[in-house]
Design a binder for this molecule. Sequence first.
Ligand code: PEP
Ligand code: MG
Length: 584
Amino acid sequence: MIQALGASQGIAIGKAFVLPHWEWELPEQKIDVADLAKEFDRLYEGIRRSKTEINRMRTELDEVVGSEEASIFDAHLAILEDPVFMNEIQGIIQRQYKVAEVAVKEAIDHFVTMFDLLDDEYMKERALDIKDVGNRLLKHLLGAPDIALPEDTQPFVLVVRELSPSQLVHLKPELVLGIVTMVGSPTSHSAIMARAFGIPMVMGVEGKLEQPIGTGDLIIIDGGTGMLQVDPTSDMVSRYTELRKRQIADREQLLTLAQVPAVTQDGVSLTLAANISSLKELEAALSNGAVGVGLFRTEFLYMDRVRFPSEEEQFEVYRAVAQKLKGETLIIRTLDIGGDKQLDYHELPEEENPFLGFRAIRFSLERKDLFKTQLRAILRASHFGDVQIMYPLITSVDEVREANEVLEEAKSELAQEGISFRQDTKAGIMIEVPAAVAIADLLAEEVAFFSIGTNDLIQFTLAVDRMNEQISHMYEPYHPAILRMLRTVANSAKSRGIPVSVCGEIAGDVNALPIWIGLGIEELSLSAQAILPVKQSMLRTRASDCRKLLEDMFRCKTAGEVRALATQFYAEAALSPGNVQPRK
Ligand code: PEP
Ligand code: MG
């Protein structure tokens, strides 16, 4: 039995499907003059395969979304027939004796750099097309596998070295019983998504296995405890099958609370909204009783596709979510790309520290064309519900003002075009960087609301990379520094009269509930699976006890002491499901 990191609750028992490692290494060797013709043949074969694949995708897309979207692939086919692009590749092979893969990579880099330098949107789009089609050609030359599902498409436990959010989007989540990753940590975005889909997940298995897991091996994982067992005994299979049944029954029991208001025993209420990244996740959130959406992570709309989504495409999704919410608030966060969230079709610069790099609002303010497209789509959706805008990774008042300028431009454009939207659409910010905490009083004067993103705030405050499993024990939400930061933000918001919510993953930790109630925070935004356990705890909690507990927590000097107080609080109240004693 292996003990790794539990990243998403639940038990999965099933056959493993091991995803091949598809990081591409380019061969370094030069080719012999005598082999030039053979190398050209390899290149042409790669091109032929790429064209077949593109044609197939074109037909599929045409059936699903129509010919306008599918026509992007015509541009890809044209590149594979473009004499300038092809001459560049052939020239590198012929004159420098480089293998076809290296020649293709160098040609892509050459044209992409050239087009990127031009101040012309159309040419920049062409650079994206070249990159996309060039990567496809590379894949075929290297014989690299696509992310392909098992042939028989039976549900499986996915085993993968590392999983990016776009890969997870690409797989069919309904077939994935569970996920095991060799590296990564529970606050990565793929883990957040696994929780949203309710898929059990265990991470950080590397170095713990005696033998690699093979496709077809029977495995059991417990995403709550981080347990992994390869080739379990039949006794173990029946024990975990039983445990799984019990967990499902507990979950069904919890569902009876979906429509019950979230109020403490002494009458303090908390809005429990949802974190979502797609319309599909909204369904799960609503059936778990979510009241509105406190964080719509829009970056996932930008993934698993071949180019940036158009205003119309985004508008359709935002409007559909707003309409489903029937007047409840929908907070749409503008694109938070970068860090562990990358786009296949838009290569961000290589960075030593991507979480500290060119991401989120920094990207939007640099690419105002894309930013404005998104803002226009959100504003148009504002006509259909209580839609609000949220900017990620704000570090200064200047960024807020600059973002708001683009927002104002988007508004005047729409007004001029006679398109309906709400002129008073609120714009708020994520507080997820220590700088924003330090100037929370100043920021509160500029924005309509705060939402505390503890996932990033903890990593930046404690200087602990949220993706690094080696130091994941240092990623400590109960650190006194974090408590003080939360208090500063809550007080600044309160004194300026703006609402403040918490939308990081720690909001879903039931033991942290007294902190929010004690601080007077009025809204939590949670992944669907966390809503009902948090509500259940609320119903058994007294706000007056929380305030006292928080005072005790502020007297603690170490994270261990704070955590112990938090755990004891509910342990005393015997809050485990099915064994509940309301706290008096
Ligand atoms: C956060 O940082 O807490 C947050 C909610 O944003 P994300 O997890 O998408 O970075
Ligand atoms: Mg964040």
